[in-house]
Design a protein around this ligand. Structure first.
Ligand code: HEM
Length: 241
């Protein structure tokens, strides 16, 4: 009955995307793709820490120099992240409501651990991002970072990152969080393509491999920075750390 009335009065695209399960999955995939794009770009940007202080501070200054455009990009990313998280929670709640008693056998066996823990890995990553913003962007946890400047008088983001990761505890926390993010993506990347229609059994295997490759590359890229600081391969300009 409800299918017939849907056919008679086609829902508008925004209503379809936000109110039907298929629509929500598509929107989760599209916003996930945008978030993935940011995560990949941020990793490439951060790897410049390994090149040196001048390179990384120039990169940070260039981003800050975007001015109003930077705020437009931040707003767009925040909206995409927000929709992704909101729909992820909704889909999980709908899933629980549809199956109040967890299956003990076949479905659970087929679904990977990464896919079953998406909501938890996702929520932990959100908590990490909040901490990360307080640590390196707003600098509430370490207000002294705001006074760091390099020899050209620029904000010394390089020294901030080196000082940040000179704590083994903080480095370990970042490694764990980035590990969980990559575990989330090891299923998310494959699921994203499946939600957009590439869901034949032939493609499933390839997408699973692609998703794991993407997760491993991201983990290596993100882990390289704290690991390089802990191994003292990257240090303060005067060699202080
Ligand atoms: C080793 C790992 C990481 C390092 C070294 C790092 C470094 C940084 C630094 C230095 C900033 C501040 C830039 C500035 O104020 O000029 C920043 C901002 C940010 N980072 Fe990270 N980050 C890491 C991991 C991550 C991860 C895994 C995520 C997301 C899942 C993330 C999301 C963000 C966001 C959303 C911002 C704010 C960007 C903005 O100011 O518009 N970061 N990061």
């Amino acid at each position: 009955m409800s299918t017939l009335s849907t056919l008679k009065q086609p829902a508008s695209l925004p209503a379809h995307l936000t109110q039907t399960s298929v629509g929500k999955k598509i929107l989760t995939a599209v916003t996930g793709f945008i978030a993935f794009g940011f995560v990949f770009g941020h990793m490439v940007g951060n790897l410049q820490v390994l090149i040196g202080q001048d390179q990384y501070n120039t990169y940070a200054e260039t981003l800050q120099g975007l001015g109003a455009l930077l705020w437009v990009i931040r707003g767009f990313l925040l909206l995409a992240f927000g929709i992704h998280i909101w729909l992820g929670i909704q889909l999980k709640l709908e899933n629980w409501a549809a199956r109040p008693v967890a299956y003990k056998n076949e479905t659970t066996q087929q679904a990977s651990l990464a896919s079953r823990t998406m909501i938890w890995t996702g929520l932990i990553v959100v908590s990490f991002v909040i901490y990360h913003l307080l640590h390196f962007t707003v600098r509430t946890t370490n207000p002294e970072y705001a006074d760091l400047t390099d020899s050209l008088g620029r904000v010394d983001v390089h020294s901030m990152v080196v000082l940040g990761f000179s704590s083994y505890l903080i480095s370990a926390f970042y490694l764990l969080s980035v590990g969980l993010l990559c575990y989330h993506l090891s299923h998310g990347v494959a699921s994203m393509f499946q939600s957009l229609g590439l869901n034949s059994p032939k493609w499933q295997k390839r997408l699973d491999v692609l998703a794991w490759l993407a997760a491993i590359v991201l983990f290596a890229g993100y882990a390289a920075v704290p690991v390089a600081v802990m191994l003292k391969l990257v240090s303060l300009p005067g060699g202080g750390i």
